[in-house]
Each structure stands twice: as structure tokens, then as C-alpha cells.
Design a protein around this ligand. Structure first.
Ligand code: SAM
Length: 219
């Protein structure tokens, strides 16, 4: 492993806002803040998750815009989380946390109905493994446990395949209602948070001239 990554992993251990727990400890002891996030943040503001957050661009940007909500970025890659955790730490963003985990384990980190909204930002499209797609029914059934009823889920992706799969298969099969969907977000005239923030991956896709798709639907 590169020196650069190791240095980031070491610094990650010093960030109070970056929470990571080994699999065995999680199974044996559970996660300290599950069901107690209001205590962690010192308030009972709504909790918004960014899944597959990478450097946490949405988590950081939305936390500054909406101090009345708490934002938690979730990703398995520590070297990417380092960026978001360091920014939140340096800028003293008290409504931000990051969790290093596989999203498959998300119900170990949040109790029933503890979360109010989800952003899924440029997830790996998993063309050959539908079950690994973060909008598959397998994952939605995990999100259902932790989300309040009728919570909004936002998907931003450059993958037309993932967009069509989510909009054309998963959403109708699950009986979810769609608030807005577009195959070309920046041509659609849609505003708000969907266009106000551009993630690290999104900027690369935009530079390649790829249209960005967006769906907002309800659990
Ligand atoms: C293409 S990157 C996008 C990162 C960021 N959202 C962005 O737009 O810049 C996908 C991210 O999802 C994370 N990821 C994919 N599958 C995951 C899983 N099952 N559990 C946790 N993280 C996952 C990867 O580690 C990676 O950082």
C-alpha cells in the first residue's frame, strides 16, 4: 500500500467525526451510536445520509447549507473519506460525521426510522451484478428499515443503464412514487440541491461530456 494512503489511514484515526468499527466488534458489541444519533450530535435534527460518498462532497456542501440537519457520509474507502472528514474537522462542521463501512451493513449503524433522507451519488453501476447496485431491491429493503416512511431518496448517476434500471424496474416494482426524474439533469432546468453540488466523480463525467441523470423518489 502507498505511503500516501497509509498516512491518511493514520490521520483518519485522529478525526473524531470519522467512525469505524471492525466487523467482529460490530457483531459482538454492536455500534455505539445506533439508535443514539441524537445523543451523538447533541440534537434531534433530521439525519441525511450520503451513500458511497467518496470524498463526501454532498455531505459537506449540504451541511453548510442546512445547519438544521445532520449529515453522515458512508463509504468503505478510508483514503477517500479522509478528505471529507478532514474538511469537516478543520471547518468545525458539527453537523457532519462519516462512517467507514460496507453499505450492506447499514442497518447495524442506524435503528428503525432513524434516517430522514438518502443521497446516492454516482454509485458503481455494477452492470454485471444487479444485486450489488445500491438501488436494487436488496439494498432498498435495508434502507426501508432505517428510513422514516415516505423519505426521499435521490440518485445521481452518469450511468444510463443504472438510471433506466432504477426508474423502469425497481421503482415500479416497489410501488415507489417519483417526484422528479431526468436523463439529463443540467438540460432539464431542474434546480435545488441536485444541481447546486457537483461531486468529484461528477466533475470528471461532466468533463467527458456525459449527461448526468437524476431521480428523486420516495421510500
Ligand atoms: C464512483 S465512486 C463515487 C464517489 C462519490 N460519491 C463521488 O460522486 O465522487 C463510488 C463510491 O462508492 C463506494 N462504494 C461502492 N460500493 C460500496 C459499498 N457496498 N459499501 C460502501 N461503499 C461503497 C466506493 O468506495 C466509492 O467511493
Amino acid at each position: 500500500m502507498g505511503k500516501h494512503k497509509l498516512a491518511r489511514f493514520a490521520e483518519n484515526l485522529t478525526f473524531p467525526n470519522l467512525l469505524q468499527v471492525g466487523y467482529e466488534q460490530l457483531q459482538q458489541e454492536g455500534f455505539q451510536w445506533r439508535g443514539r444519533w441524537a445523543e451523538y450530535f447533541g440534537n434531534n435534527h433530521p439525519i441525511v445520509l450520503e451513500l458511497g460518498c467518496g470524498k463526501g462532497d454532498y455531505t459537506i456542501a449540504l451541511s453548510k447549507e442546512n445547519p438544521g440537519c445532520n449529515y453522515i457520509g458512508v463509504d468503505i474507502k478510508g483514503a477517500r473519506l479522509w478528505r471529507g472528514a478532514k474538511t469537516a474537522h478543520e471547518e468545525q462542521l458539527h453537523n457532519v460525521a462519516f462512517i467507514r463501512t460496507k453499505i450492506e451493513l447499514i442497518t447495524s449503524f442506524f435503528a428503525e426510522e432513524e434516517v430522514s433522507e438518502l443521497w446516492i451519488t454516482f454509485p458503481d453501476p455494477q452492470p454485471k451484478k444487479p444485486n450489488k447496485r445500491l438501488t436494487s431491491e436488496r439494498f432498498l429493503s435495508l434502507y426501508r428499515h432505517i428510513l422514516k416512511p415516505e423519505s426521499a431518496i435521490h440518485l445521481k448517476t452518469d450511468s444510463q443503464e443504472l438510471f433506466e434500471y432504477t426508474l423502469g424496474e425497481v421503482i415500479p416494482q416497489g410501488g415507489h412514487s417519483v417526484d422528479f426524474a431526468t436523463a439529463d439533469l443540467y438540460a432539464s432546468g431542474y434546480g435545488g440541491d441536485a444541481t447546486a453540488v457537483q461531486t468529484f466523480y461528477e466533475r470528471m463525467f461532466l468533463a467527458e461530456g456525459k449527461p448526468i441523470t437524476y431521480i428523486k423518489f420516495f421510500m
